[in-house]
Design a protein around this ligand. Structure first.
Ligand code: CA
Length: 400
């Protein structure tokens, strides 16, 4: 049964200006905030984009390889390769279509990242919804060798086709992070966000460099819930709805998460390496406002987003991006960029040296952004879903 909740008018008013929330950071955060020396005010930055490849079929995830290529995952399970010198290769470099459940708009191959030792091993880590019933699936597979795919971890997700998470990324700690959705439909039907007994609505963290018993991975000993009765030890963060795009800042190892809201608030979360175990709120909260009071518990600390925006002016769904660490535009270094799938608005967010965050709308990305990611040099690309485009994305420093 669906239950609609009214939000307090005061909470709504605070969102109507795309307001920055600069709340609830631990005191230590300012000490390691990373800001480029050359950084200029965000209002002096804008984004431009240039279409560099077309003909992709529902491109959904993109990652850089050490050799300068970009790998692009298409939702149906194929992976394409692009090199700036030679363009988009005609044939897929990997074909997982026989394994991938594409029965819903949000199901499919959803995430891809190279192993830290990819240059030697050619190993990729992928996330997809698996046949026959859409189970969230984390696997590794050598480039070009689908028959050698090895499933590492699965989470049942049969009831609803939406909210599958699906980002995979290696942290600076060498562990693999994987995001999952809350189980789908709406209103967190299984109340999984706040439930540490399920992998739904989480970001998990595992050591894929070792095997532990029958498991093809190990749980890092310093994972936050390894000694919590009833909790899945793989959990790193909880209280998420559909964090289908997150990234790791290679400089400080922090996680930047785009968590899609239900109907009111889109949010970006910034989680430092020492914040393992953080509760990001869903479905007690959607962004900062309370969503379902029955999911809230007294005395619990909820980690608020560092940026949130509402659905006015054609916004509908956040597409989490990355922190720019390239060299082409030094003035933009240390700036996180995200987009909105419907409005294409580009949002820039950056920690202030003294604490809190600056944010600005810095233009628009090409239509229907599904991913924003960096190549091996830290320069950025985005994908456009239905038209099937790969776009090179650049910051431009405009006069202040
Ligand atoms: Ca949240």
């Amino acid at each position: 049964m669906s239950r609609r909740r009214r939000r307090p008018a005061t909470a709504l008013a605070g969102l109507l200006t795309l307001a920055l929330t600069a709340l609830a950071l631990p005191p230590a955060s300012a000490a390691v905030t990373t800001t480029a020396d050359e950084a200029v005010p965000l209002t002096e930055l804008t984004v431009t984009a240039e279409q560099v490849a077309t003909g992709l079929r529902r491109p959904i995830a993109i990652t850089g390889l050490p050799d300068g290529r970009m790998l692009i995952a298409e939702k149906n399970g194929t992976v394409r390769a692009y090199h700036p010198g030679t363009g988009l290769a005609a044939d897929p470099v990997l074909d997982l279509t026989a394994l991938v459940d594409t029965s819903d708009n949000e199901r499919g191959l959803l995430g891809i990242t190279p192993a830290p030792d990819f240059a030697r091993t050619g190993m990729l880590y992928v996330a997809f919804t698996g046949l026959p019933a859409g189970a969230l699936t984390l696997a590794r597979v050598p480039l070009g060798a689908a028959d050698r795919l090895q499933v590492l971890l699965t989470q049942e997700h049969a009831e609803f086709g939406n909210h599958n998470g699906g980002q995979v990324a290696f942290g600076r700690d060498g562990y693999l992070y994987w995001s999952t959705g809350d189980g789908g439909n709406a209103y967190d039907p299984f109340k999984s966000g706040q439930d540490l007994g399920t992998l739904l609505g989480k970001i998990v963290r595992i050591d894929v460099g070792r095997a532990c018993g029958a498991q093809a991975y190990c749980v890092p000993r310093d994972n936050p819930f390894v000694r919590t009765p009833g909790a899945r030890p793989e959990i790193w963060l909880y209280g998420l709805r559909n964090p289908w795009r997150f990234s790791v800042d290679p400089v400080d190892g922090s996680l930047w998460i785009g968590d899609v809201g239900q109907g009111l608030v889109e949010e970006i979360d910034h989680i430092r390496p020492w914040q393992g175990g953080a509760n990001l709120g869903w479905s007690c909260r959607e962004g900062t406002p309370v969503f379902d009071p029955e999911q809230c518990r007294p005395g619990v600390h909820y980690t608020d987003p560092v940026f949130e925006y509402d659905h006015q002016n054609d916004n509908c769904s956040v597409t989490g991006g990355v922190v720019y660490r390239g060299s082409r535009t030094p003035e933009a270094r240390g700036t996180y960029i995200a987009g909105d799938y419907c409005s294409t608005r580009a949002f820039a967010v950056r920690p202030r040296p003294g604490g809190g965050y600056d944010s600005a709308i810095i233009g628009n990305l090409p239509i229907q952004p599904t991913a924003i990611a960096a190549d091996v040099h830290g320069e950025l690309y985005s994908l456009s879903d239905l038209p099937g485009w790969l776009n090179r994305v650049s910051f431009v420093h405009i006069a202040g």
